[in-house]
Design a protein around this ligand. Structure first.
Ligand SMILES: [Zn+2]
Length: 474
């Protein structure tokens, strides 16, 4: 883009003043809203306007800051508000400055807390949004989801009371030495011992093959060095990826009372995480990993990628359904389909959920590069068969706490269920568009009941399909 000096801008502006008058001069893109979504993964700043903004970003490495010049606008209160949107606990942004750099050019300077690789891009109007100028501030050193799992584990240990617990001496030791766990090497810490509170244990089918198969190897990433063995079997951590749908710019479905899908599904996912982390199945400690633990947007392929990086044994995406009319109600469970959807309704739901990337705002260039890579990974029949088993176990349990919309697992081409090596389901917990079910979704009691049902479904699945029996060589 051709750059002009302030002097030239002044000259141009004076000319316009003469011919158009101040009213017309002020006309141009109008800022509709500014939003900021801080998260450890990345911080997003969105400037929404009624016309496309002409923006030029400059990145300065030392000290790290991103400057963006926006032409054709004047400073308006909405832009100044951006300064007040910065939160002290934002992991990436230290502060924002906004100034009129030249007539009709506003410069936004984002002071950063650490080295950042920015992505600045425009989004065309979609859903309720007009034009969006998006600044995504990714830490140059990307977070490793496995480290996140470790950090989560260490937080649990910090919060845990040093209550006496005699059956896991190593766990007690770590719990009593708050400074020590951080010195551990990452991978062993990911497989740290069960929390000091007494875990729930579930008896499992004694005929389950893995529990009698000491020869079957465990996986190194989940194996605690020196871990106690049970009957010759190495202690194996079970990792369950929980995927609260939507987030950030993408509210998901909105109920008639204003309840946002992204909020209620995150609440349920957090309750389910706590339950999973307190549960053992077949003698194995379970650990939950959230693909997002906050209100920010995570592209669909990133959710899948995160689950694969923590070597999740299961992937459970949590959503709330919506329809144009208030009547439909009940929960549904979906798995991936390789050949078309099992019903027109299932295809419609998959299309709706897959649109999350458009509403949430994905940088298409970055996404396309990623998709080229993942297209090589074809989903397999084995993954879908396991997903159907998991889905049936879930439906049986969900049916005990609420109404079912569909009594069988439906299938369609959900982008978020495409991990080729992880049984993956998407649960529509209830219809947020139904006023009764919207109320239930907000009710902590229902959220807890749903989390309990999802946990029982997961445990039932593992009881019948022990993780060690599943081949990873897909
Ligand atoms: Zn959804």
């Amino acid at each position: 883009m051709k750059r002009r000096t302030a002097f030239q801008w002044l000259g141009a502006a004076s000319t316009l003043l003469l011919t158009l008058g101040p009213h017309e001069l002020a006309r141009g893109a109008t800022i509709v809203a500014v939003r900021m979504w801080p998260a450890k993964d990345y911080t997003r700043i969105t400037i929404e306007s009624d016309a496309e903004l002409n923006a030029t970003p400059f990145f300065v490495a030392d000290p790290p800051r991103l400057a963006v010049d926006i032409e054709g606008i004047e400073i308006v209160p909405a832009l100044r508000d951006l300064i007040g949107h910065v939160r002290a606990d934002d992991p990436n942004v230290a502060g924002v400055r906004v100034g009129q750099n030249a007539p009709n050019v506003v410069r936004i300077v984002i002071d950063l807390k650490r080295p950042i690789t920015p992505q600045v891009f425009q989004l065309a109007p979609v859903a309720a949004y007009q034009h969006r100028l998006v600044m995504d501030l990714y830490p140059t050193e990307a977070r490793d989801p496995l480290e996140e799992l470790i950090a989560q584990r260490l937080r649990e240990l910090d919060q845990a009371q040093p209550a006496p617990q005699t059956d896991d001496p190593l766990g007690d030791l770590i719990a009593q030495l708050p400074g020590e766990p951080t010195t551990q090497t990452p991978r062993p810490a990911a497989t740290a011992p069960p929390p000091p509170q007494r875990p729930e244990t579930y008896a499992t089918d004694p005929s389950a093959p893995a529990s009698r198969d000491p020869a079957r190897p465990a996986f190194s990433a989940k194996q605690r060095p020196g871990a106690p063995t049970t009957g010759g079997r190495v202690d194996r951590l079970i990792v369950v990826a929980l995927d609260p749908g939507h987030g950030g710019e993408d509210p998901g479905a909105i109920g008639p009372g204003g309840t946002r899908e992204k909020d209620v599904v995150l609440a349920i996912a957090r309750l389910l995480r706590d339950r999973i982390n307190r549960t053992q199945v077949n003698g194995h400690t379970m650990r939950a990993f959230l693909t997002r633990d906050g209100d920010y947007f995570v592209p669909l392929h990133v959710r899948v990628d995160k689950a694969r990086r923590v070597e999740a044994d299961l992937f459970v995406s949590i959503h709330a359904d919506a329809f144009y009319t208030p009547r439909p109600r009940g929960a549904s469970v979906y798995a991936l389909s390789q050949r078309g959807a099992t019903s027109a309704a299932a295809r419609w739901i998959a299309d709706k959920e897959n649109a999350a990337d458009l509403v949430g705002g994905v940088n298409m260039r970055a996404r396309d590069a990623e998709l080229q890579r993942t297209l090589l990974d074809m989903s397999t029949t084995a993954q879908i068969n396991d997903s159907l088993k998991l889905g049936r176990a879930m439906l049986a349990e969900i049916g005990r706490v609420g109404r079912l919309h569909k009594p069988q697992v439906e299938q369609a081409g959900f982008a978020v269920l495409r991990a080729p090596d992880i049984p993956s389901i998407l649960v529509e917990t209830a219809f947020i568009s139904n006023p009764d079910e919207e109320r239930r979704l907000r009710d902590p009691r229902f959220q807890a009941d749903m989390a309990d049902a999802l946990l029982r479904g997961i445990v039932a699945y593992f009881s019948q399909n022990p993780p060690l029996a599943r081949s990873r060589a897909l």
